[in-house]
Write a protein that binds this ligand. Structure first.
Ligand SMILES: *[C@@H]1O[C@H](CO)[C@@H](O)[C@H](O)[C@H]1NC(C)=O
Ligand SMILES: *[C@@H]1O[C@H](CO)[C@@H](O)[C@H](O)[C@H]1NC(C)=O
Ligand SMILES: *[C@@H]1O[C@H](CO)[C@@H](O)[C@H](O)[C@H]1NC(C)=O
Ligand SMILES: *[C@@H]1O[C@H](CO)[C@@H](O)[C@H](O)[C@H]1NC(C)=O
Length: 433
C-alpha cells in the first residue's frame, strides 16, 4: 500500500523527480554539505526520492504494525533485501506501531549510493532485558554497522527503547566496571551518514552511540528520557571524526552529548540540552591506550537545569592522552549547577594518583545566564599536567542558587594557566592561584 502511495506521489512530482534523478546520479557516497544533507533528509522523510530508488517496505516482509508481534526478523529481512539490491534502495518503516528486539543492520551493501532508511513509524524495543544477551558490547538494540557507502536515516518516526523497567539493573553508581545497558541506536563503522528528524525515547542505555565512524551529520533530533534515568547519554561518541550535531533537543538523564577517546573534528551547534549533565568531553583516561581528542566546538546552544554546562572530565589514572583545541562558545546557561567546569579529579577525588591527560588550548567564550552554584567556573586540572592555554572570554553569569550560601560568587583554578578577557562574572581566579 505504502509503495502505491509512493508511486502516485512520484507521478505527481515527475519533473522534480527528474531533477532529483539527475542530481542523485552524481551524489554517490561523497560527503554532502549541510544544505544538501538537509534537503535530502527532508525529501526522504516524505518519500520524495528518485524513481531509480527501489523501496523495501517492512510490511511487505511480514512486519506487523500492531505493536504486539515481534517483527525483528522482518526488519532484518527488509534490510538485507535493500542492502543486497544492486541499485539504489530505501528501506521503509511506515507509520504504525512495530515491536522489535535486538537487530543488527550490517553491510557491506551493494547499493551504489547511500542506503536510505525512511523511518516514520513508532518502533518499540522488547522491554525485557533477557532479549539482550550479548554482554557488554555485543548487544545493543538497533546496530548499524559497516555501511561504507553511507546511510541516510530520516523521518519523523520514534525509536522507543522501553528502558524504564531496566534502569534498575544499571549498577554504574556503585561499580566502576559496570556493564552498560543496551544503547537504542548504535552506529559503528558507518561513514558518510545523515541521521535526521527522528525521536528517541527512554533508551535502556545511551540513546545514540557512534563509534569508528566518519562524516556523520545528525540534525533535527528529539531525544527524550527522564532526568533521573541512569547513563542515558543522548549522543555518545568514541573513535570518530567529522561529526556534526545540530538543531536538536536533548532531554535526558546523563550527558546530552559525551565525546570520549579518539574523537576529533566534532561540531555541536544549536542544541538545547536539559535536563541532563550537559556537554561533556570525557570521561577521558578511562581505558588504556586512549587516542587523543581534538578540534571540538560546542556553539550556539542552551542548557536548561543541567548539572553541568561546558565540561571536560578526566579520571585520576595513569592512562595518558591529550585533549586540545576545544571551544565552547555562545552558550546560554539557565540554572546550571556547574556552568563551566574542567574536572581532572573525576570519579575518585581522594585518589593520590594524578590524571595523565593533558589539556590545552581550551576556549570558553560568550557564556551567559544563571548558575546554581557559587563556584560557577571550576578549572581543576592535574598537578602532573597543568592545563595550558585556557582562555575565558566574556562570561556573564548570575548566581541563582540558595540565597543563604555565604561563600562569594567565584572561580576556582587549580593547576590551570588561564587568560581572561572581556566581562568576568564570577570574578576570575586571582593570579597565581
Ligand atoms: C571510513 O572512512 C575512513 C577515512 O576515509 C576510512 O579509513 C575507513 O575505512 C572508512 N570506513 C568504512 C567502514 O568504510
Ligand atoms: C535551532 O534548532 C531548532 C530545533 O531544535 C530549530 O527550530 C531552529 O530553527 C534552529 N535555529 C537555527 C538558527 O537554525
Ligand atoms: C547562532 O544563532 C543565531 C540565532 O539564534 C544565528 O543568528 C547565528 O547565525 C547563529 N550562529 C551560528 C554560528 O550558527
Ligand atoms: C578548589 O578546588 C580544589 C580541587 O578540587 C579544592 O581542593 C579547593 O578546596 C577548591 N577551593 C575552593 C575555594 O573551593
Amino acid at each position: 500500500m505504502a509503495a502505491m502511495a509512493f508511486v502516485a506521489r512520484a507521478r505527481k512530482t515527475a519533473i522534480l523527480l527528474l531533477f532529483l534523478v539527475l542530481h542523485d546520479g552524481c551524489v554517490g557516497a561523497r560527503p554532502l554539505d549541510v544544505a544538501e544533507a538537509l534537503a535530502k533528509a527532508k525529501d526522504v522523510s516524505v518519500g520524495k526520492v528518485g524513481s531509480n530508488v527501489k523501496s523495501f517496505n517492512v510490511l511487505d516482509y511480514g512486519a506487523k504494525d500492531d505493536g504486539k508481534k515481534d517483527s525483528s526478523i522482518n526488519f532484518i529481512r527488509t534490510f538485507k533485501a535493500a542492502c543486497n539490491f544492486h541499485g539504489d534502495a530505501m528501506m521503509v518503516i511506515p507509520k504504525g506501531d512495530f515491536l522489535i528486539g535486538p537487530v543488527i543492520f550490517s553491510g557491506p551493501c551493494f547499493n551504489p549510493s547511500s542506503l536510505i532508511i525512511q523511518a516514520n513509524g513508532m518502533v518499540k524495543a522488547q522491554s525485557d532485558i533477557k532479549y539482550y544477551t550479548g554482554g557488554a558490547d555485543a548487544t545493543d538494540w538497533i546496530t548499524f554497522q559497516s555501511l561504507k557507502n553511507g546511510l541516510i536515516l530520516s523521518g519523523d518516526g520514534t525509536f522507543h527503547g522501553q528502558g524504564a523497567h531496566t534502569w534498575k539493573y544499571n549498577d554504574c553508581a556503585h561499580k566502576s566496571k559496570c556493564v552498560r545497558l543496551p544503547a537504542s541506536m548504535k552506529f559503528i563503522k558507518v561513514n558518510d551518514t545523515i541521521i535526521s528528524g527522528i525521536k528517541t525515547v527512554d533508551p535502556k542505555g545511551f540513546h545514540i552511540f557512534i563509534s569508528v565512524s566518519q562524516n556523520v551529520k545528525l540534525f533535527n533530533l528529539n531525544v527524550q528520557a527522564p532526568g533521573n534515568s541512569p547513563n542515558t547519554d543522548g549522543i555518545h561518541i568514541s573513535k570518530s571524526s567529522k561529526i556534526e550535531i545540530s538543531d536538536s533537543v536533548i532531554a535526558t538523564g546523563d550527558d546530552c552529548v559525551s565525546l570520549i577517546h579518539g574523537t576529533n573534528e566534532i561540531s555541536i551547534k544549536n542544541v538545547t540540552c536539559g535536563p541532563g549533565h550537559g556537554f561533556s568531553i570525557g570521561s577521558l583516561g578511562h581505558y588504556d591506550d586512549e587516542a587523543d581528542v581534538s578540534k571540538i566546538s560546542v556553539i550556539n546552544s542552551t542548557l536548561k537545569g543541567t548539572t553541568n554546562g561546558a565540561r571536560i572530565k578526566t579520571y585520576k589514572t595513569d592512562s595518558p592522552s591529550k585533549a586540545s583545541d576545544i571551544t565552547f562558545k555562545d552558550l546560554i546557561m539557565d540554572r546550571v549547577a556547574n556552568p563551566i567546569i574542567i574536572d581532572q579529579e573525576y570519579g575518585n577525588r581522594a585518589s593520590t594518583q594524578e590524571s595523565r591527560v593533558s589539556i590545552s588550548d581550551i576556549h570558553f567564550e560568550n557564556i551567559k545566564g544563571t548558575s546554581e552554584s557559587k563556584i560557577a567556573v571550576k578549572l581543576i586540572c592535574s598537578k602532573l599536567n597543568p592545563c595550558r592555554g585556557v582562555q575565558v572570554k566574556n562570561v556573564n553569569l548570575q548566581y541563582v542558587g540558595r540565597p543563604n550560601d555565604p561563600r562569594p560568587f567565584s572561580s576556582n583554578c587549580t593547576n590551570a594557566k588561564v587568560t581572561y578577557s572581556g566581562i568576568q562574572r564570577p570574578p576570575p581566579c586571582t593570579p597565581g592561584s
